[in-house]
Design a protein around this ligand. Structure first.
Ligand code: RIB
Ligand code: CA
Length: 314
């Protein structure tokens, strides 16, 4: 493609975040990564900022700009998920500490400046973790909201319920106030909820194909996924774990893999019982603004074919 799509990846790596970032790096003809912004989520910010740089180095993309962002949610204490991702957030493979530097400046300011400097409607925000950085950016600089081409997020759940509480998915649960800001902002949102990601299991046959690529990045990814999937296998008794975050990048590369509809989504921010729940008006029973394209179905084999094809290019 003549002009690759410009993206900012906001992330809390996280083994599945790593897969999403690798998918983007394996697709340079379609995607230009303007920068990676890290946020506290799966593990504290110090680890997510470390991990983002490890992934860049693993993929030979040491010229990628990585900015550290928010170290806690907008209005709540940080909740992390070491029980899923391990202490470092990238448990599984033996990985060297990163040598590439973090960029000076805060991730939120990078997001604001990039959206102001790039032509309007040309930058896509890909969010793989809690939406804290985006919520803060929209609060600090509301003028950038109308300049965003699209915000594609992994987060939320509909008929799948939650994965960190019975009602809430982790990314939304960690910072519901940020998610509420984003979903009320008017920015064009595409939402990849658990209803989609739970259909994308790291089956042994799929992981085997990834291993057969035989490169260092592919082997490291296999070791990450073999660590990451153990939690969900134990919890759901499934064959493999759900691969959440690469759905965001896969949508930019092959939107036809996904099926969903535009409908209203609101975030529960008050009830202690259901805080972080994404209330999806799938059947339009209210007249609330239809503010998001909510995906509910995916071609799982097509998704993994894409993933494996692009991993092999790194
Ligand atoms: O609920 C799954 C999401 O939470 C994924 O983005 C995973 O990386 C964690 O951030
Ligand atoms: Ca994530």
């Amino acid at each position: 493609m003549a002009n690759p799509r410009k993206i900012i990846i906001d992330t809390d790596p996280g083994q599945d975040d790593a897969a999403a970032i690798m998918l983007a790096f394996g697709s340079p003809e379609e995607l230009e990564v303007l920068g990676i912004t890290t946020v506290a989520g799966n593990v504290p910010l110090s680890y997510t900022s470390r991990n983002a740089r490890i992934i860049c180095e693993l993929c030979g993309k040491t010229d990628t700009k990585v900015f550290a962002g928010a170290d806690k949610p907008i209005a709540r204490p940080l909740v992390t998920a070491e029980h899923v991702h391990g202490k470092t957030g990238l448990d599984g493979p033996e990985l060297d500490e990163p040598t590439m530097p973090l960029q000076a400046g805060h991730a939120v300011d990078f997001i604001i400046e990039t959206l102001r400097n790039e032509p309007e409607g040309t930058v896509t925000l890909c969010t793989l973790g809690p939406l804290t950085n985006i919520g803060l950016a929209f609060q600090k600089a509301p003028d950038i909201i109308g300049r965003v081409r699209e915000l594609v997020m992994m987060g939320g759940g509909f008929s799948e319920g939650g994965n960190i509480t019975p009602a809430a998915e982790f990314n939304i649960y960690v910072d519901p106030e940020a998610a509420d800001i984003v979903l009320r902002s008017g920015v064009p949102v595409v939402m990849m909820p658990l209803d989609v990601t739970h259909k994308l299991l790291t089956l042994k046959s799929r992981v085997k194909r990834m291993a057969e690529i035989g490169t260092r990045p592919a082997i490291a990814m296999v070791e990450m996924l073999e660590f990451f999937e153990r939690f969900d296998i134990e919890k759901y008794g499934s064959d493999g774990g759900p691969l959440h975050d690469p759905t965001v990048v896969a949508y930019l590369l092959k939107p036809e893999l996904f099926k969903g509809r535009v409908c209203n989504v609101e975030i529960e921010v008050k009830s202690e019982l259901t805080v972080g729940m994404t209330v999806v008006d799938w059947w339009h029973v209210t007249d609330r603004k239809r503010n998001a394209t909510v995906m509910r179905d995916v071609d799982a084999d097509g998704f993994f074919d894409l993933l494996i094809d692009r991993f092999a290019r790194i």
